[in-house]
Design a protein around this ligand. Structure first.
Ligand SMILES: Nc1nc2c(c(=O)[nH]1)N[C@H]1C(S)=C(S)[C@@H](COP(=O)(O)O)O[C@H]1N2
Ligand SMILES: [Mo]
Length: 387
């Protein structure tokens, strides 16, 4: 939403200015919450429960310990639906086939010899906040690789090629209509979405070779998309003349919403795709000399502002930090909390994007009438006790 008195052009200029400034004055790793020595974290009363699928979801972000805008690799969550294949770079190649004039195979060295591009992107699992144990399926990293678009262009996608399928090395057993199958993990995008210049074939994460749980040696990074689209252990790209309806496109990672249309209930099923506007309280601290502070993050769209509500009271504007004015990296925020009464308190945050969209409340029909757990971007409430 535009500030009063600011033209579109001024806003754009401000955006460019802020982007330049932040690159200049905060080299990624140095960015952090401004915590003072002696700050004490008040533990959340609603701690996430045990992960019921410890083979699938690992290393979730501990919000209370979050202190770096870029998530160190060893603190980055990971999700694997089938297995975590250990791939040796020497035994790996990326195959590009299907409706292309020049099918290609790339070794890791060949990919690394191509133009290198870095991007900072906050990756969130679309299942995050879909369960009480799942609150930390998010992290922010600097990813380095080579643009996908040039590779597709050089291969020459044929006129009837409309869909790009990305396959992982990992595979597993699934049963559909009583048919048992062993399939590789796969996700697809329309050719137009795949050609987005921001998409990278990534071989580095925060300056290190891509860690094995995060897809070594190469993964797709599609900034602005939920985690599921960012295929790890990538070893095959195939161009199809039709939409792809694989397991993780058309059966799992399908959001089911009950909607209303002219008084009729219409059930909508959509494949999980682009990230959604969201925020979360990260932690509450108490400093040595008294004052309390609430800190958190907001992501999924260009963040215009974040507001915080305590015990259902008035929404108070938080102060934004590290707001890169883009849709693909998280913004940190904080709010001073003066003289909270002793006892338990509810803390809720909501983000507002540059177009004025507000992160939905939990009782908003958009969330309340969603029957699957993916894309749970409703407002998050956490609970603390003040002594
Ligand atoms: N090959 C492959 N890629 C995958 C997955 C997978 O199971 N196999 N999981 C996806 C999901 S659901 C998420 S949330 C992200 C998580 O990325 P990370 O493990 O690097 O955090 O990877 C995606 N890419
Ligand atoms: Mo995910």
């Amino acid at each position: 939403m535009a500030e009063p008195g600011m033209s579109r052009r001024e806003l754009l200029q401000r955006g460019t200015f802020l982007a330049g400034l932040s690159m200049f004055s905060f080299p990624g790793m140095a960015r952090a919450f401004q915590t003072q020595p002696g700050d004490k974290v008040l533990p959340w009363l609603d701690q996430p429960g045990e992960i019921p699928l410890p083979d699938v979801v690992q290393n979730l972000l501990d919000w209370e310990k979050l202190d770096s805008w870029v998530t160190p690799n060893e603190q980055f969550f990971n999700v694997a639906h089938f297995e975590r294949p250990v791939v040796r770079a020497e035994d790996w190649a990326l195959e590009l086939s299907g409706l292309v004039n020049r099918p290609q195979t790339f070794s890791l060295d060949e990919l690394k010899a191509r133009p290198r591009k870095e991007t900072v992107f906050t990756l969130e699992c679309s299942g995050n906040n879909g369960f009480d144990w799942f609150k930390g399926g998010i992290g922010n990293a600097t990813w380095a690789g080579t643009p996908l678009a040039a590779i597709l262009e050089e291969a020459g996608v044929q006129d009837d090629g409309i869909e790009v399928v990305f396959y992982g090395r990992d595979k597993g057993d699934i049963v559909v209509r009583d048919i048992p199958m062993t399939q590789h993990f796969a996700r697809s995008m329309s050719l137009e979405d795949a050609m987005n210049p921001d998409n990278l074939l990534v071989y580095e994460m925060n300056g290190e070779p891509l860690p094995q749980p995060n897809g070594f040696p190469v993964r797709l990074i599609a900034p602005g998309w939920y985690g599921i689209a960012n295929v790890k252990w990538l070893d095959r790209i195939e161009i199809l003349p039709t939409r792809y309806m694989g397991h993780f496109m058309a059966r799992e990672y399908v959001t089911i919403r009950e909607t209303e249309r002219d008084g009729e209930t219409v059930w909508m099923e959509t494949s999980v795709g682009r990230a959604r506007l969201k925020s979360a309280p990260a932690r509450v601290t108490r400093s040595k000399d008294g004052p309390y502070r609430i800190m958190g993050a907001a992501w999924g769209a260009p963040i215009e502002r974040v507001e915080v509500q305590i015990d259902g009271g008035a929404w108070q504007p938080a102060q934004l930090e590290h707001n890169d004015d883009n849709a693909v990296t998280w913004t940190f925020w904080q709010l001073g909390w003066n003289d909270p009464a002793a006892g338990e308190h509810d803390i809720t945050s909501r983000a507002v994007d540059a177009e004025g969209n507000v992160q939905p409340a939990q009782d908003d029909p958009f969330i309340a009438n969603k029957h699957t757990y993916w894309e749970s971007n409703g407002q998050i409430t956490r609970r603390v006790r003040v002594a």
